[in-house]
Design a protein around this ligand. Structure first.
Ligand SMILES: Cc1cc2nc3c(=O)[nH]c(=O)nc-3n(C[C@H](O)[C@H](O)[C@H](O)COP(=O)(O)OP(=O)(O)OC[C@H]3O[C@@H](n4cnc5c(N)ncnc54)[C@H](O)[C@@H]3O)c2cc1C
Length: 554
């Protein structure tokens, strides 16, 4: 009773006025008109009911609690058994396994490959955004598996037995040979100590056991400095073969059922992403099969990277939506100075600006996903090449600022771990760093513009659909197109060029198809060419209520 400087603590705290409630038990999809419209617009209207049913299943208090629990109880590395023998295993909390079971069961990892359809990637992007609202660590192995399938599918003679396991809807976390499992997952190892972005500096060596060539056995010696989800069943790994940097398929078990030599060193202590294990690993005569040709490792693994980069942007859009929804929900219930926060003009500006950020990123990601569905179309294929690094850069780059602002709407409670935003804020910078950090993405945009002769033309055609409706838009896209035609100061301005393409695409879709309120506010606030200032700086006259409803409508 005592313990407060001797004072008696007697007052019960059963009634606490003026607090908001938990935002749980709601449909993540049908409360998000921005995403519903984007799903239909990008060609997947027939998936509405399916995604809505998923939104209902994911929005439960149970799912939010699982996400929290998996992050409160991070994985533990078990290097040795009790007799001193090597285990090299990672143990996860049951909440992780339950989340993975549901994620895989929903087909969120490889759905477009197991059930191809004309808008399968668009539908998955919408679904994956919903999952991102719940938990992000689980998206690491799911995304890598999504990206690995097309790479392995090029070599069916060597990976035919693996593909059904990667497409399976059964999550099987047993540490046993894949041949005995009901489902499998993939990871990847590129980054080494001396260089991550510059993979050409990789020092891991791969020597053919007999003659080399695609599907042949090699032995790998070296290390990887970041090696996430090490309990995956196999990994795509870069190593220097006699013919140059090459990509290898490295399973955790050998065909003779013995354990492959993946010597885990330790798990990273990360800022966030606590549910997921990110390890360091050493290879000692580690078994691997060559994927693709020797010397073509970067091209081979980058095929995976294109999909993982789409996912980085997609998941980040979902992460932002959840935080902004939390902010709106809080402001609808919390009073300050005699009025609900949502009714305070300055707070309305902040919330509307946050909602606009969300909608503009949903718009960009879903447009990009359509290009993944239409790869047989030459123009869409060019668009995919250019827009993937654009979206990965811009959507991920905005997340920390957006989520910090959403956190502030909750005041002090926003900063507290018990609340919904703190762990998501720690997650926010990650998607910008891995799978190609910000600068690397912008340099890739320049590369794409340089190598795809039709890139400018394809972007111009996309912009043209909304031309003639608003002078601000017309002026902005004209400037962007001139810049694409003759980029000045190349690399030094790569971020500006990338940001401008992102803004132009967002403006084009919003102006062409979006609701008037969001389009008007976007044109009035985002096309000024200057650096993005603080959020909550929309000009007077915007329809803040309509914009807020786009991101959380009950
Ligand atoms: C939690 C976590 C998990 C990860 N999991 C994996 C994994 O499973 N597998 C894996 O392979 N990797 C993984 N990574 C590694 C990640 O992909 C790399 O950290 C990332 O690619 C950057 O590489 P780096 O750390 O070596 O930084 P560097 O390559 O040294 O880059 C440092 C900075 O320099 C910038 N830069 C680089 N080149 C240029 C240039 N030419 N011009 C201008 N700027 C430049 C970059 O954008 C970056 O900002 C993980 C990372 C994290 C944080």
């Amino acid at each position: 009773m005592a313990g407060n400087g001797g004072a008696l603590v007697t007052a019960p705290t059963r009634e606490v006025p003026n607090q908001s409630t938990d935002l749980v038990d709601y449909n993540l999809f049908t409360t998000n008109p921005a995403l519903m419209d984007a799903l239909s617009r990008e060609g997947s209207a027939s998936d509405h009911d399916r995604v809505a049913a998923l939104g209902e299943r994911l929005g439960t208090a149970e799912m939010f609690a699982l996400g929290d629990a998996a992050n409160r109880h991070p994985p533990v590395l078990r290097l040795f058994d009790r007799f001193g023998g090597r285990r090299d295993e990672v143990e996860f909390h049951p909440a992780w396994h339950e989340l993975m079971r549901r994620l895989v069961g929903e087909g969120l990892h490889t759905g477009p490959w197991s059930e191809p359809a004309s808008a399968a990637h668009v539908a998955r992007a919408a679904a994956y955004m919903l999952w991102a609202e719940i938990e992000n660590g689980t998206q690491c192995p799911a995304t890598m598996t999504y990206g690995a399938v097309p790479t392995l599918a090029h070599q069916p003679e060597d990976f035919d037995e693996w593909l059904p396991l990667l497409l399976s809807r059964e999550y099987d976390h047993r540490f046993i040979p894949a041949a005995d499992k009901k489902g499998a997952l993939m990871g990847m190892g590129m980054t080494e100590k001396q260089g991550g972005s510059d993979v050409r500096s990789n020092t891991t060596r791969a020597a053919p056991v007999t003659s080399g060539g695609p599907g042949r056995e090699y032995r790998l010696n070296g290390h990887k400095w970041f090696f996430s989800a090490p309990m995956c069943d196999a990994f795509l790994v870069l190593a220097q073969a006699p013919g140059g940097l090459s990509c290898f398929f490295v399973p955790r078990f050998l065909p003779d059922r013995s354990v492959n030599t993946l010597l885990l060193q330790r798990l990273k202590e990360k800022l966030g992403n606590h549910s997921n294990a990110s390890s360091e690993v050493v290879f000692e005569d580690t078994y691997g099969l060559l994927v693709g040709e020797e010397g073509r490792g970067i091209q081979t693994i980058l095929e995976m990277g294109v999909y993982t980069r789409l996912d980085n942007a997609t998941a980040t859009a979902g992460l932002m939506r959840q935080c902004v929804a939390q902010a709106i929900h809080h402001a609808r219930q919390r009073k300050a100075f005699g009025r609900l926060l949502i009714d305070q003009p300055l707070m309305r500006n902040v919330l509307a600006d946050l909602a606009l950020e969300c909608e503009s990123h949903i718009v960009l990601v879903m447009r990009l996903a359509r290009a993944f569905d239409a790869q047989q179309d030459e123009a869409e294929s060019v668009l995919r090449r250019v827009l993937t690094p654009v979206a990965k850069y811009w959507v991920c780059k905005r997340a920390p600022a957006v989520i910090a602002e959403a956190m502030e709407v909750l005041g002090g409670n926003g900063y507290v771990e018990e609340g919904p935003i703190a762990r998501r804020f720690r997650e926010a910078p990650l998607n910008s760093i891995w799978e190609g950090s910000g600068n690397v993405m912008c340099l890739d945009v320049l590369r794409a513009l340089g190598r795809e002769p039709r890139a400018g033309e394809v972007l111009e055609a996309l912009f043209a659909g909304s031309k003639g409706r608003d002078a601000r838009y017309d002026r902005f896209v004209d400037t962007v197109l001139v810049e694409l035609g003759s980029p000045t100061d190349g690399e030094f301005r790569a971020r500006q060029v990338t940001q401008n393409i992102a803004l132009a695409v967002q403006a084009a879709v919003l102006l062409g198809h979006g609701p008037g309120a969001s389009a008007e506010a976007f044109l009035a606030s985002r096309l000024t060419g200057g650096p993005p200032g603080a959020l909550g700086t929309l000009p007077p006259g915007v329809d803040s209520g309509a914009m807020i409803e786009r991101i959380l409508r009950f």
